[in-house]
Design a binder for this molecule. Structure first.
Ligand code: URA
Ligand code: CA
Length: 433
């Protein structure tokens, strides 16, 4: 088999066989196929697309290019959740203890965040003492006991995707639906889940700017998941404005605790319940999403979800008192108000610029190696559709520096106030089964 022929075949619009796709993925991972041939194939895929079968072959080949996690020692149906990435997306912190509280095992291997704000691991590490360095046996034991553990990624997961993603990044071939879908799904399959719930974000702060693109990506991922024998459901949710009110690591842990106590922001609560209700159904702990949602709501009201979170924090070395005393979490030195420059309705709080503002404060990484400040970030007091008086506080900047002009300038770009009442933004656009 020659890479040249595979490139030519795809260039001319033909479908590749499983053997050809395996040959490419293995050869590229092992360094036998050079970058220039791999990038030519990515460009051919970009223009010619891939059939459903080709997408499944590519995903499976990438999933098996490195270690595949075996979660079979964990009892029950393991359901993973994945978000395509958003600003202030606190859902995993809420969802994990919430679904665990109704008996759904949540065994998460997570990476660190890059860009906008921290990842789930960074957020959890803002809890004093919390550790994600847990070995495989301990991980299994913790999930079987408390239905919940979150550990750092170890081993060599999907090296083919790592290599290919870096190559696509510099060859203008990121924005290809089959390539994005197989990239994301290969990581989910390698992480060992039996079923997958996807949160596909759309809007200014998301990878997919329009609802139509988001639905296309969702359909592609759901069909790959099913083709690979895993039940998969995708929720299309809004990322025009940040989710919830807090953006920043420790601030989001506080927000998650509030939400588990039933005092969280409406949008974060609702999205967590919707994603969670599908996870509960896939895990066989409810027969309909409505029944699942009711169980989750009950466990917020009766305190069981918060109790699971407390046990989870304690089991991983963290201080469980954070659930009662949030002042144990790191706090920034300055809480600086950002005021409305005129009266009117908030028409826009663009998520990407809020994300950049949080990053300028130190909440996100610019490179893989950079250190992040877990205490800083932004808390919104107003969201799109709400009225503000001139001089009223729209948000609070939590900073460890007194001078924040650069951040304020970014916020000026992000926030638009108008006299007419805007439409209330939709939170969930669609669900793809
Ligand atoms: N996220 C991924 O993991 N892969 C892509 O290709 C795009 C976004
Ligand atoms: Ca949030």
């Amino acid at each position: 088999m020659r890479m040249y022929d595979i490139i030519e075949k795809k260039r001319d619009g033909y479908s590749l066989t499983k053997k050809e796709i395996d040959f490419f993925v293995q050869g590229y991972t092992e360094g036998l196929i050079p970058d220039y041939q791999a990038s030519a194939l990515c460009m051919a895929i970009y223009f010619q697309g891939m059939t459903e079968e080709e997408r499944v072959y590519l995903t499976m080949a990438m999933a098996h290019s490195g270690d595949v996690i075996d979660l079979s020692r964990i009892e029950g149906v393991k359901v993973d959740k994945h978000s395509t990435g958003g600003v202030g997306d606190t859902t995993t912190l809420v969802l994990a203890p919430l679904v665990a509280s109704v008996g759904v095992p949540f065994a998460k291997m997570s990476g660190r965040g890059l860009g906008h704000t921290g990842g789930t691991i960074d957020k959890l590490e803002s809890i004093p003492g919390f550790s994600v360095e847990v070995d495989q046996d301990e991980f299994v034991r913790l999930v079987n006991e408390n239905k919940l553990a979150v550990v750092g990624q170890s081993g060599n997961l999907t090296p083919a995707d790592k290599k290919l993603y870096s190559l696509r990044d510099v060859t203008a071939t990121i924005s290809s639906i089959p390539l994005i879908a197989s990239s994301i799904m290969s990581k989910k399959l390698a992480a060992g889940a039996d079923a997958i719930v996807l949160d596909v974000k759309t809007g200014s702060g998301a990878f997919m700017k329009t609802k139509e693109e988001a639905v296309k990506l969702a359909r592609a991922m759901v069909s790959i998941g099913k083709g690979a024998g895993r039940e998969t459901i995708a929720v299309i949710s809004d990322m025009n404005q940040p989710l919830g009110r807090a953006i920043g690591n420790a601030l989001e842990v506080k927000e998650a605790i509030d939400t588990l106590q039933g005092k969280g922001p409406e949008d974060l609560t609702e999205l967590s319940l919707v994603l969670g209700s599908h996870m509960v159904v896939l895990a066989g702990k409810a027969s309909t999403p409505e029944e699942g949602k009711k169980k989750l709501q009950e466990n917020i009201e009766n305190g069981k979800a918060l109790e699971v979170f407390r046990k989870f924090v304690q089991a991983q070395g963290g201080d469980p008192r954070v659930t009662e005393d949030q002042s144990l979490l790191p706090e920034a030195k300055y809480q600086l108000p950002y005021m409305a420059k005129k009266s009117g309705y908030i028409a826009e709080i663009t998520a990407d610029e809020i994300g950049t503002s949080a990053m300028l404060l130190g909440a996100g990484r610019t490179t893989k190696e950079s250190a992040i400040d877990l205490s800083v970030g932004i808390v919104l007091h107003k969201k799109v559709g709400e009225f503000v008086q001139k001089g009223e506080r729209i948000l609070t900047i939590h900073a460890n520096q007194k001078e924040v002009q650069e951040v304020e300038a970014k916020l000026d770009e992000s926030i638009r106030i108008q006299t007419e009442q805007p439409e209330i933004p939709v939170l969930i656009y669609d669900i793809v089964y």
